[in-house]
Design a protein. Structure first.
Length: 77
């Protein structure tokens, strides 16, 4: 299982948007994205620091993605 790299919230937002998620609304410092096709949502904390690994894994699970999919996206595949 590949190790997750350090990821900023901006990169997660770009990953979600390229996979069909759109910004639904904001709640404080969190952006809530929604995918109408899969009926899933993802909550991204908008801070200017690397996202903790547990939070990142929870977000990926919530949105229906795998860590390999995120790593491929970050590598440009």
């Amino acid at each position: 299982m590949p190790k997750l790299p350090a990821v900023k919230p901006r990169q997660i937002i770009r990953f979600l948007e390229q996979n069909g998620f759109v910004l639904d609304h904001t709640s404080g410092s969190h952006f809530i994205f929604f995918n109408a096709v899969s009926r899933r949502r993802a909550v991204v904390p908008q801070h200017n620091r690397d996202m903790p690994k547990g939070t990142l894994m929870s977000l990926l699970r919530e949105a229906g993605f795998t860590r390999e999919g995120l790593i491929d996206f970050l590598a440009g595949k």
